[in-house]
Write a protein that binds this ligand. Structure first.
Ligand code: GAL
Length: 334
C-alpha cells in the first residue's frame, strides 16, 4: 500500500501486510518505538451467528497482534503479542476479548505497558465479575510476548469497565480513561467517561480521578494534545452500529472537559463517516499532523474485513479541531 485508501463512506477496503495477508488489528493503536511505528490491535475472528452472537458482541479474538512499519504504509506482521488461552482455568480462556488495547512506554521501569477492556469467556458484556474489567499486561520489548498481570476495576468495584484508552502526558504521568458503567434496572444507561491517574509504574490506579460529566454516555475515547489543550474524540453508545462523533477539550487532564460537538465536516449521515474512533497518533517529525484512526466495522458480513479509516485532524486557530473525509491520501500531501 502506498497511500491510505478508504473508498466511499459505505465501502469496505482491505489493507494488506507485506506478506499479502489482510491486516487484522482492531481497536488498538500505534506506538512509535525503536525508529518504527508499531500498530497493534485485536486480531478478530468471526463467531458463528447463533443466539450467542449478540452476547459475544458478534466477534472473538485470537489475541492482540502487532505490525511494524517505517512509513505507515508497509506493515510487516510481527505476530501475537498477547494471546488467548486454551486452558479453561486461565483468565484468558477463549472466546474472550482484550477490547480496545492500548500500549505506552514507561521510561522509569523500561517496560511497555498494555491496558485493555477485559471481557472474560464467553465474551458477554455483563455486570458480573470478569465481564467488564481493566486488564493489564507488560513487556520489556515493544513487540515481545506480553506478560498478563491481571484485572481490576478502577475507582471502586461498582464501576464496570467498558471502552477505554490510555494517555501518557508530556511529564511522564499516565492516565486510564474508561466508560464507567454503573447502570441499574431503574437507571439503565448510567454510564460516563472517567479519567484515572496511574501509579508511577503504570501498573495500577491512584486515587486521583475525575468523572468527565460532559462525556455522559460516550465511548471509544481517544486523546491527543496540542498547544495548551487536550482533545478527546468519542462515539455514542450504539454497539457496532455507527453513530455521530463528539469531542471534548480541556486544559488539564483532570480538569473540566468542555463539550465541543461533532468534529466531522461533511458527514451528512452523522455517522463519523460510517466509522467509530479507535485512537489518535502524532506522525513523527510532522508538526501538528495527528491521525485519527477509526474503524468501519463490518458487522453484517465479516469482522475479518473491517476497514481502517485514518484521517488527518485539522486544528483551527481557536483551539478547535475538525476531520474531513478523504477517499485516499498520503502523509506527504499534507
Ligand atoms: C462498541 C464498543 C466496542 C465493542 C462493541 C461490542 O460499542 O465501542 O469496543 O465493545 O461495542 O458490541
Amino acid at each position: 500500500m502506498e497511500s491510505f485508501r478508504h473508498g466511499e463512506f459505505h465501502e469496505f477496503i482491505d489493507w494488506y501486510d507485506t506478506d499479502g495477508n489482510v491486516i487484522n488489528a482492531s481497536d488498538g493503536g500505534i506506538l512509535y518505538a525503536d525508529g518504527k511505528y508499531h500498530w497493534y490491535g485485536q486480531a478478530l475472528r468471526d463467531l458463528p451467528q447463533n443466539e450467542d452472537f449478540l452476547l459475544h458482541g458478534g466477534v472473538g479474538t485470537v489475541g492482540v497482534v502487532m505490525y511494524e512499519s517505517e512509513d505507515l504504509y508497509h506493515w510487516k506482521y510481527e505476530g501475537v503479542i498477547l494471546a488467548c488461552s486454551e486452558d479453561p482455568n486461565d483468565e484468558r480462556y477463549a472466546p474472550m476479548r482484550f477490547e480496545r488495547p492500548k500500549i505506552i512506554y514507561n521510561e522509569k521501569t523500561k517496560q511497555y505497558v498494555l491496558w485493555c477492556h477485559y471481557v472474560r469467556y464467553p465474551g458477554g458484556h455483563g455486570f458480573g465479575a470478569g465481564q467488564g474489567e481493566a486488564g493489564v499486561a507488560v513487556c520489556d520489548t515493544v513487540n515481545g510476548t506480553y506478560r498478563w498481570i491481571g484485572t481490576m476495576r478502577p475507582i471502586d468495584p461498582n464501576g464496570v469497565v467498558r471502552d477505554c484508552t490510555l494517555y501518557k502526558d508530556r511529564d511522564g504521568s499516565a492516565y486510564f480513561v474508561y466508560d464507567r458503567d454503573v447502570s441499574t434496572d431503574s437507571d439503565e444507561l448510567n454510564r460516563c467517561l472517567h479519567i484515572v491517574k496511574l501509579t508511577e509504574d503504570y501498573l495500577s490506579c491512584t486515587s486521583e480521578y475525575r468523572r468527565i460529566d460532559a462525556a455522559f454516555r460516550r465511548e471509544s475515547p481517544a486523546i491527543t494534545y496540542r498547544d495548551g489543550y487536550y482533545y478527546m474524540i468519542t462515539s455514542g453508545l450504539t454497539g457496532w452500529r455507527y453513530n455521530q462523533a463528539k469531542y471534548f477539550r480541556s486544559r488539564e487532564l483532570l480538569g473540566e472537559w468542555e463539550d465541543m460537538g461533532d468534529p466531522c465536516v461533511g458527514d451528512l449521515e452523522h455517522t463519523t463517516f460510517c466509522t467509530q474512533t479507535t485512537a489518535i497518533f502524532p506522525v513523527e517529525g510532522r508538526k501538528d499532523l495527528h491521525i485519527h484512526m477509526a474503524e468501519r466495522h463490518n458487522y453484517e458480513q465479516s469482522f475479518l474485513h473491517c476497514s481502517y479509516v485514518w484521517l488527518p485532524i485539522h486544528f483551527g486557530n481557536d483551539n478547535t479541531l475538525s476531520i474531513s473525509y478523504r477517499r485516499e491520501w498520503k502523509v506527504d500531501e499534507r
